[in-house]
Design a binder for this molecule. Structure first.
Ligand code: NAI
Length: 393
């Protein structure tokens, strides 16, 4: 039987009165790296550091792997298939009361799975970005979705600044040249620029987008712009001298560099598509560490190949892990550079993992002890969106 807390606040946790709760954690396999580096907490090997803590309280921790299907004594967990109709993810989701996932190697909780998940009350994203959960289905089924807001925003903002610099300065081809044993400065310098004097704009000026703007201030850019339906408080925009542009086409047409820092939702899926790319300044650079599906895969590859944009960089892909033949792995601009793609890791530095593992435990503890959750972590409360960042409703 499920009880709701006595509070009138709908966003407080619900809880079951049975003493043992089933917590399903779909994490990623860290292999030797995770065995040798215990600070890789987001892996199935290191279990966010919560398995023993949960079990000591009589709860069940079901650890999920993505690519095997037997019990693995070496890492002491039930190994699961994350995907496919017969997957153990689908098997265990039926009984789980709490689901923990990470955005880096996500277990996709589709509406179909939500409908099978008869006991599911709480989804925790160990990190930031819960688009791998069907949030509308969670609303419909009164499943709460929480993430560890703020846990990795500095990690991502630093990666964005690095990505902007490596594109503008044409770093990747320069390093590849050195590895090849070559030395042809002009081949690199013909497409290398300074960031100083350029116009940089962020789509989304929330925790990450704003931190990117803050970090760009000392570069003396010509102007910093932002596009967001939620305007920054005047004191915040004044502090970084950022100007808001309300029309997206006008916004991109003014930017030398566009960085994407908004969540993926119905209003942002495919936002940067062939039509919008036509409005970019010719030769602009595009950095996306938000979510791959915000940018149209083929339109970006075509714009890069034609030189409409000079570079594309980021760590997020429309499907993760990205297939080996994903066009973003190898796409290039006409001069053979402009690709700064890496696997999804900007928000999972070891510093970030410590923070989101701690935050995940804290959310779980609040839930198990029937305490209120921190409001900033609640994306979906009981039957409604609590966050305003996942689209205008
Ligand atoms: P946040 O909630 O603080 O800020 C998001 C901002 O985007 C809000 O100001 C919101 O109003 C704005 N926004 C929403 N829809 C928009 C739209 N249609 N157009 C313009 N702006 C829009 O979130 P935070 O912490 O800044 O994270 C943003 C996203 O970054 C996450 O949702 C996640 O997808 C991604 N992320 C990626 C990571 C990585 O490792 N690559 C790690 C952490 C977050």
């Amino acid at each position: 039987m499920t009880l709701q807390t006595g509070s009138s606040d709908d966003t407080l946790s619900t809880f079951s009165n049975s003493s043992s709760r089933a917590v399903l954690a779909i994490l990623y396999e860290g292999g030797d790296a995770a065995v040798n580096e215990p600070r890789l907490l987001g892996t199935i090997e290191n279990k966010l550091g919560i398995k023993e803590w949960l079990e000591a309280q009589g709860h069940e921790f079901i650890g999920g792997l993505n690519s095997c299907c037997t019990y693995r004594s070496d890492i002491d967990c039930v190994a699961l298939y994350k995907e496919g109709p017969d997957s153990d993810f689908q098997k265990h989701i039926v009984d789980a009361e709490v689901l923990i996932t990470t955005p880096f190697h996500p277990g996709y909780l589709t509406r179909d799975l939500v409908e099978k998940a008869k006991n599911l009350k709480l989804c925790i994203t160990a990190g930031v970005g819960s688009d791998h959960i069907d949030l509308n289905a969670a609303v419909d089924h009164r499943i709460q979705v929480l993430e560890v807001s703020g846990s990795n925003v500095v990690s991502v903002a630093e990666h964005v600044v690095m990505s902007i610099l490596l594109l503008v300065r044409n770093f990747v081809p320069a390093h590849e040249m050195i590895e090849r044993g070559d030395w042809m400065v002009s081949d690199i310098a013909r497409n290398a620029f300074d960031l100083e004097g350029k116009v940089v704009g962020t789509i989304g000026a929330g925790r990450i987008g704003y931190r990117v703007l803050q970090r760009l201030v000392p570069f003396d850019c010509k102007e910093l712009l932002y596009y967001d339906y939620a305007p920054l408080p005047a004191a915040a925009s004044d502090a970084v001298k950022a100007r808001r542009v309300e029309d997206l086409k006008e916004f991109v047409s003014q930017c030398d560099v566009v960085t994407v820092n908004c969540p993926l939702h119905e209003g942002t899926r495919g936002l940067v598509n062939a039509e919008l790319l036509k409005h970019f300044k010719k030769g602009a650079w595009l950095v996306n560490t938000a979510r791959g599906a915000i940018c149209d895969k083929d339109a970006v590859a075509a714009a890069l190949a034609s030189g409409q944009i000079s570079g594309y960089s980021g760590d997020v892909w429309n499907v993760q892990p990205a297939p080996k033949d994903h066009v973003w792995r190898t796409m290039k601009n006409p001069l053979g550079g402009g690709n700064g793609m890496v696997p999804h890791y900007s928000g999972t530095t070891l510093d970030a993992q410590a923070r989101y593992a701690k935050g995940t435990k804290s959310i779980l503890q609040n839930y198990l002890e029937n305490k209120p959750q921190e409001a900033q972590n609640i994306i979906v409360g009981l039957g409604k969106y609590e966050s305003k960042a996942y689209g205008q409703r």
